[in-house]
Design a protein around this ligand. Structure first.
Ligand code: DON
Length: 307
């Protein structure tokens, strides 16, 4: 692996800056107004070295990148078997917000699409947890992985909650199918909060590096997720993390990853590093257009592909 010096990362950002494809997510009012010139990258090694370039201090909402961390929390809190009984692990090939559950079992296809993420959220902190307990469990876990206390982007939370009708529809389908037992509205509220956690690329690279480091946060040395949990999370990120672009991603970049509609992407290469990129304009699959280009370049230059 070539040394990821800051000048190199700045050069990679300069090389993709002219890409102007796509548009920011428009279904959440606040995200539609994002500054589309923003571009940032961070790498965190499993030894705790962190390298950043570009707008690395700019905070944005974590969105769907929270899904693998919520999945990890659910596995820790109720056990893998109980999670698998309610949520599958097969790629759906559909959009992230597809209104579909398995015909026979009513299980969502996987925890990275919204149906599966809502079902996952309902398992966090155990069967008797309250809405605020689930929300705080997730904020605390993501903070432990980032190595600092994370807060929320309240404007994103409020804007998304106002318009969360599709997720409400999914939560009611999950309740009708017996997959969740809590009030659908409480689950949607908690899930929208989970998505509104505010992060920088530095935070996300350290969270990804924690996955790459078998659940041990590289700076604090704390085991925040079990090895079993990490293995399951990275497996599902590999097959389902980039939605219907998962095949292109695995071919071109070749590391477990997850994207979010605010324009963030994380990647975790076991035993080596976590990476994070941010740029708000999304491609047709809902993944950051410049972010994908940065990751393809890093993978090629640094030999990150797992094959
Ligand atoms: O459920 C939603 O609509 C969002 N809060 C999260 C979506 C998301 O980030 C999808 N990923 N690319």
């Amino acid at each position: 692996m070539r040394s990821p010096v800051p000048d190199y990362l700045a050069d990679v950002l300069d090389a993709v800056r002219s890409i102007d494809d796509g548009a920011p997510a428009d279904y959440i009012e606040v995200l539609a107004k994002a500054d589309t010139s923003r571009l940032a990258v961070a790498l965190a090694t499993v030894d705790g070295e962190v390298y950043v370039a570009g707008d690395s201090d700019v905070a944005f909402s974590i969105q769907s990148i929270s899904k693998p961390f919520a999945y990890a929390a659910a596995i820790e809190d109720v056990g893998l078997d109980a999670v698998l009984a309610r949520i599958g692990v097969e790629p759906s090939g559909d959009a992230f917000n597809e209104l579909s559950l398995d015909d026979g079992t009513h299980r969502p296809m996987n925890p990275m699409i919204n149906a599966g993420a809502l079902a996952t959220h309902a398992l966090v902190a155990g069967p008797d947890a309250s809405g605020p307990q689930r929300v705080e469990r997730l904020r605390a876990l993501m903070s432990a992985m980032a190595g600092r206390e994370l807060g929320y982007d309240e404007a994103v939370y409020e804007a998304e909650l106002r318009d969360a009708h599709r997720n409400r529809g999914l939560a009611h389908m999950l309740r009708a199918g017996g997959i969740i037992h809590a009030e659908p509205e409480t689950i949607v509220d908690g899930y929208v909060r989970q998505c509104a956690v505010s992060v920088t690329v530095r935070d996300l690279a350290l969270m990804a590096a924690t996955l790459a480091n078998a659940g041990v946060q590289p700076l604090t040395g704390r085991q925040v997720i079990s090895r079993t949990g990490v293995r399951q999370v990275l497996s599902v990120m590999t097959t389902c993390g980039m939605y219907d672009a998962a095949g292109d991603w695995v071919s071109n970049v070749g590391i477990p990853a997850k994207s979010g509609v605010a324009g963030g992407i994380i990647g975790a290469l076991p035993g080596q590093l976590g990476l994070a990129v941010f740029s708000p304009k999304l491609d047709a699959h809902g993944n950051s257009a410049r972010g994908v280009a940065v990751c393809e370049r890093l993978s090629r230059d640094m030999g990150l592909h797992m094959m």
